[in-house]
Design a protein around this ligand. Structure first.
Ligand code: SF4
Ligand code: FES
Length: 330
């Protein structure tokens, strides 16, 4: 085991563990945000620099600091390493610069974007962004295209995190999309607009951290905070069948997604049949309300505190759905 100290908290981890995963083992605010790393996708990470940290001491053997911030998702810990994330003001300043770069070509169209309310970039800019931009050039713009019957690509919003490409490589049998060109001309493209038709392609929607890939069966049906998420499962031959049903009223299923963990990553990938074809409540065994993060806008107006307010620590409270949505009422 090797010892590493992150924001003053010491932990022992397996050799080869990345700084990010060591921080995740500690949990809480010391965990750097991520936009391209995805623990279930091999080779992900290293693209967006959101997860940068300051290495104040390289190791016990060589205590020199690292000269620049490093991507925590792809830097392994060394024994005796000392890392700073939220305890370093200059690192937080550097992360603001990363967010500013990510937003250079990203449109500020959150009011009309289907990902609003569950967009990692929206959350990141809220927590680490600047309220204005210094960028004066015109943003890159692209036509929206349909990738097959279920997925809409809005390249204007893509941050080129490569998650969807890794997913298509590793989870589907025939990838027909990828990143074309390089530098500021890079874009997600499907070769001659081939559609993506395979059983697990819908997971690309869930791994996309922004609104670049959205569910055509759900687009513009409802704001995500007006629907009521419930855990449900079915007996499925292709996947675990464990999903979240996004309900409107008691019986209408507006959308089906996989279940995401506290880092916004899918716990398990689900098949397209569960995601797109099973929109009848009779297809599912509903387990109960999905517990949402206290900070999530999805929790607004629908959730009550698990414990009475006088007993809770507001930093760690979880909220649980009260299921107050009624038919037709948002
Ligand atoms: S479409 Fe989404 S998942 Fe794919 S590279 Fe762009 S931002 Fe990442
Ligand atoms: S999450 Fe580490 S570089 Fe993107």
């Amino acid at each position: 085991m090797v010892k590493v100290t992150i924001d003053g908290i010491e932990i022992e981890v397996e050799p080869g563990t990345t700084i990010l995963n060591a921080a995740r083992q500690i949990g809480g605010d010391v965990v750097p945000p991520t936009m391209c790393y995805y623990s279930k996708l091999n080779g992900s990470g290293g693209k967006c620099r959101t997860c940068i940290v300051k290495v104040a001491q390289g190791s016990a053997k060589d205590p020199r600091p690292m000269p620049k911030p490093v991507a925590s998702c792809s830097t392994p810990v060394q024994d005796g390493m000392v890392v700073q994330n939220i305890t370093s003001p200059e690192l937080l300043e550097a992360r603001k610069g990363v967010v500013e770069m990510l937003l250079i070509n990203h449109p500020l169209d959150c009011p009309i974007c289907d990902q609003a309310g569950e967009c990692d970039l929206q959350n990141l800019s809220y927590e680490h962004g600047l309220s204005k931009t210094r960028y004066e050039e015109e943003k890159n713009t692209y036509e929206k295209i349909d990738i097959g019957p279920y997925i809409k690509l809005n390249m204007n919003r893509c941050i080129l995190c490569y998650r969807c490409v890794k997913l298509a490589d590793q989870l589907t049998d025939k990838r027909v999309h990828g990143v074309l060109n390089r530098g500021d001309a890079a874009e997600i493209g499907t070769y001659i607009h081939n559609s993506i038709e395979n059983d697990f392609s819908g997971n690309m929607i869930d791994v996309c951290p922004v609104g670049a890939l959205t569910d055509r069966t759900f687009r513009f049906k409802s704001r995500v905070w007006f629907v009521d998420p419930k855990n449900a499962h079915r007996d499925c031959k292709k996947c675990s069948g464990k999903v979240v049903l996004w309900m409107h009223g008691k019986d209408d299923i507006y959308r089906v997604t996989g279940r995401k963990d506290k880092y916004g990553e899918l716990e398990e990938f689900i098949c397209n049949e569960c995601r797109f074809d099973k929109k009848d409540i009779k297809d599912w065994v509903v387990e109960g309300p999905r517990v949402m993060e206290r900070s999530s806008v999805i929790a607004q107006n629908q959730y009550v505190l698990k414990e009475p307010p006088h007993r809770i620590n507001l930093n760690s409270v979880e909220l649980v759905s009260k299921n107050v949505l009624t038919e037709g009422g948002n």
